[in-house]
Write a protein that binds this ligand. Sequence first.
Ligand code: GLV
Length: 302
Amino acid sequence: MALLFTSTPDRRPVWQSLFEAEGIPIISGEDAVTDPAEVTAIACWVPPADLSRYSNLRAVISVGAGVDHLPPLPAGVALSRTLAPGIEAMVRDWVVMATLTLHRDLPRYLEQGRAGTWQSHPVALAGSRRVGILGMGRIGTLAALSLQALGFDVAGLSRSGVDGAVPMFAASDMERFLARSDLLICLLPLTPETRGILNVKTLSALPRGACLVHAGRGAHLDTVALRDALKSGQISAAMLDVTNPEPLPADHWMWQDPRVIVTPHVAAQTDATEGARHALSVMRALRDGTQVPGLVDPVRGY
Ligand code: GLV
């Protein structure tokens, strides 16, 4: 029983020492594999192309929160996404930053600043801004609580629509949810159901002049629809951490448009210790025959 580690080399020493402390073998990099049959799990962003050589493989661990970039795995191989408080807190921080950035008109003030213009605009109370969060999993819920604590009028949308930390709308009630979202936040996982969900129809269903905060995946957003919505004034500003494609080409219109702020997919980065701890919990579950933490449902896709 061993973990094959193929994530970034800078994380290697931390993983190595935590695994050694637990007495669970870890192999760093495919080149170091002498007996592929020893490998029971692989921790990676993208797994090795040929998984068939690992005859005893039982789990693949994505070192991030997302799994949409992974190919289908062989039957019987569990997929685990890293559950780490740091990932959740970092994305929450980014979402709070983006929400405040748009709520407090920062794109406009940055543009004015470039022209040396000192001019104020009305400031709205947080409570007058209705925030809608698409994707109310662990990260969405954390973001909802933080934004609520800042005074925003927060609601979420989930499959079931059962009220939790904040009022919730069911997926079937999407139009009513969008109609009350002055600032829409997308934190959805990317699945066949959610691909392209930020499109002409959904952006048009928002109140006029709404803002968009997007830290889901680039493929959720139809960028032509965003450009048209900015042009017509339907959307007033957007802040995105994910784009399609990534990296966003240097000459892309979104870099030029002062109403759009783009960060290069940096909302969260998995802390080495937290990532290794998650992988260790997967190894223990495999050893003890208990449920793999962060187990992804292959049908739901998250
Ligand atoms: C980053 O986007 C991740 O999936 O962790």
